[in-house]
Design a binder for this molecule. Structure first.
Ligand code: OOG
Ligand code: NI
Length: 453
C-alpha cells in the first residue's frame, strides 16, 4: 500500500486565507489599499514602540500579524450552514461562540468559525464570522415563503467542493494537491456575483423588509462581505483612511484606547454601491461589501466581561450622536473604572493569562513550591495576557448597521435562540470563555509540572 502524505489543516487554512485575500483584493481594490495602510501603520507603530514589539514577540503575536484577518458571510438556510461547518472543518476551523444580533435589530444569529488550539492560532488565526438569516422573524408570510423558495433553489457549493469535503472526512485529511483543488473550489462559494437570481421587484420587496434579507436571498452565493486585517493602532489607521480615499464609519466600535488593550476595537470603510443585473435584464445597485480593520487586546474573564458590558452600555448612552473623537473621549472616561495594567487585570481576575517560566524559573526547577502567585511574585513565573480571538455582539451590530444604511428593526429583538442555531448548524458551538479558561489552566499546570522537574 502506498502511504499518502496529508497536509495539516493549518496549512490548508493558510492557503485558503491567502487565496481569499487575493480574490477580495481583485474584487474590491480598496481592500488592497486598506491592507497597505494597515501594514504601514503597523510598521511605524512597531518602530515607535519597542516595548510593544517586545510584548508581541513574547506573546508569539508578531509572526502571525501579517497573515491575520477575519472575514464574514451570511447564509440563508440550515443546510447551507451545516455544509459550511463541514467545509471549515477541512481547514481546522470550528464554530466558537453564539451571537444574537436580533437584539440590535438585525435578523440573524451567528458564530465564528476559527482555529482553537494554541499552535493553530499562532500559525494562522483566520476566522469567518458566519451569520444565519432568520426568516422566521419576517412578519409577512408571503415574503417569507418567497424567500424560502428562492433559497431552496440554489446550491452554494460546487459538486467538486462537496466531493473533496466527503473525501476529507473519509480520509482524515487532504494531500497537498487535493488541498489546492479544495481551496479553488471552496473559493467559488465566497465569490461575488454581479447577476442577481431574482427580478428587481422581488429584490426591492425583500430589501424593504431589511437590506440584509435581500443581500442573503437574491444572489447565487454568500459573497464574502468584508475581510479584516489586524492593526496595532486603530486610531491612527482610522485617521488616515480619508487620505487614501476611504470613507470610515462614524465611530470605532468597542472599548476605548488603553495602555493595555482589551478585547477588540473595530472600524470599517463604508460599503460600496455596486451595479447589479437583475433577472429580466433590469439594472440596479446593491451595497454590501466593505473593508474593516481590528485591533485586538486581552481576553476578559466572565467578571471582566460583565464589567466591560456595563461600562460599554453606560458609555454608549453618554456618547450617543457624538463624532469619533468625542465618543472616544467619553468612553475613555467611563472605562477608567477598569484597571489599565496587566498586573491589576490579572490580580483582580478580570482577564485571562498564559503562564510560563522565566529564566530564573528554569534555574529553580526541582526547587520551588507550587503556589503560582508566590512564583510570580518571586519572578520565577511570568504571565502574558491571552489575546481575544472572538467577536463582540454590540460591535458586530454596529458594523452591520453602518453597512446596511442603519437598517434596524426593533421587532426582531429578544429572540436569541441558540438551540435553533445549533440545530441548523448540526453541532453545538464551543463556549469561547471556556476555551480561554482551559488555555490559562493548562499553562499553569505546565509551569508547575516543569518546576517539579
Ligand atoms: C458581519 C458583521 C460582524 C465583526 O467583525 O464584528 C463582523 C457581517 O456584516 O456580516 O464581521
Ligand atoms: Ni468583521
Amino acid at each position: 500500500m502506498t502511504q499518502t502524505t496529508l497536509l495539516s489543516a493549518n496549512d490548508v487554512r493558510d492557503r485558503f486565507s491567502k487565496a481569499m485575500s487575493a480574490m477580495y483584493q481583485t474584487e474590491v481594490p480598496q481592500y488592497g489599499t486598506l491592507l497597505e495602510l494597515v501594514e504601514q501603520v503597523n510598521r511605524e507603530t512597531l518602530a515607535q514602540q519597542p516595548e510593544l514589539r517586545r510584548r508581541l514577540e513574547a506573546q508569539g503575536e508578531l509572526d502571525r500579524l501579517s497573515v491575520e484577518r477575519h472575514g464574514a458571510i451570511r447564509v440563508g438556510s440550515a443546510s447551507e450552514l451545516s455544509m459550511l461547518r463541514r467545509l471549515f472543518a477541512v481547514m481546522g476551523m470550528y464554530p466558537v461562540g453564539y451571537y444574537d444580533l436580533s437584539e440590535a435589530g438585525v435578523p440573524v444569529h451567528s458564530t465564528a468559525f476559527r482555529p482553537i488550539e494554541d499552535e493553530a492560532l499562532a500559525c494562522n488565526p483566520f476566522r469567518v464570522f458566519t451569520s444565519l438569516l432568520r426568516l422566521e422573524l419576517i412578519e409577512s408570510e408571503a415574503l417569507r415563503q418567497r424567500a424560502e423558495e428562492i433559497l431552496a433553489k440554489r446550491d452554494i457549493f460546487t459538486p467538486k467542493a462537496r466531493e473533496l469535503i466527503e473525501h476529507f472526512e473519509a480520509q482524515g485529511g487532504l494531500t497537498s494537491e487535493e488541498a489546492d483543488q479544495f481551496v479553488e473550489e471552496a473559493l467559488e462559494t465566497f465569490r461575488w456575483h454581479q447577476d442577481a437570481t431574482v427580478d428587481l421587484d422581488t429584490y426591492q420587496a425583500l430589501h424593504d423588509e431589511h437590506r440584509l434579507i435581500a443581500d442573503v436571498v437574491c444572489f447565487r452565493g454568500p459573497h464574502i462581505n468584508h475581510l479584516t486585517p489586524r492593526t496595532l493602532d486603530i486610531d491612527e489607521a482610522q485617521r488616515r483612511m480619508p487620505s487614501v480615499g476611504m470613507n470610515p464609519k462614524a465611530v470605532i466600535e468597542g472599548p476605548p484606547r488603553r495602555e493595555c488593550p482589551i478585547l477588540l476595537r473595530q472600524t470599517s470603510f463604508k460599503a460600496l454601491e455596486e451595479t447589479i443585473r437583475f433577472a429580466g435584464d433590469a439594472q440596479g445597485t446593491h451595497t454590501a461589501r466593505f473593508g474593516e480593520i481590528e485591533q485586538r487586546g486581552m481576553a476578559l474573564t466572565p467578571k471582566g466581561r460583565a464589567l466591560y458590558d456595563q461600562l460599554l452600555g453606560e458609555g454608549r448612552k453618554q456618547a450617543a450622536g457624538l463624532d469619533n473623537e468625542a465618543h472616544q473621549a467619553v468612553m475613555g472616561k467611563v472605562f477608567a473604572a477598569l484597571p489599565d495594567s496587566d498586573e491589576a487585570m490579572r490580580r483582580e481576575g478580570l482577564a485571562y493569562f498564559h503562564y510560563h517560566l522565566t529564566e530564573a524559573g528554569k534555574d529553580a526547577v526541582g526547587n520551588a513550591n507550587a503556589d503560582i502567585e508566590d512564583l510570580v511574585e518571586r519572578g520565577l513565573v511570568e504571565a502574558q495576557p491571552i489575546t481575544y480571538e472572538d467577536f463582540l455582539p454590540v460591535s458586530a451590530a454596529g458594523i452591520f448597521q453602518s453597512n446596511l444604511g442603519g437598517g434596524e428593526n426593533e421587532a426582531y429583538a429578544g429572540s436569541a435562540n441558540r438551540e435553533a442555531f445549533e440545530e441548523a448548524l448540526g453541532a453545538p458551538v464551543t463556549d469561547e470563555l471556556a476555551l480561554y479558561a482551559e488555555r490559562e489552566q493548562a499553562s499553569k499546570q505546565r509551569v508547575l509540572a516543569a518546576l517539579a522537574g
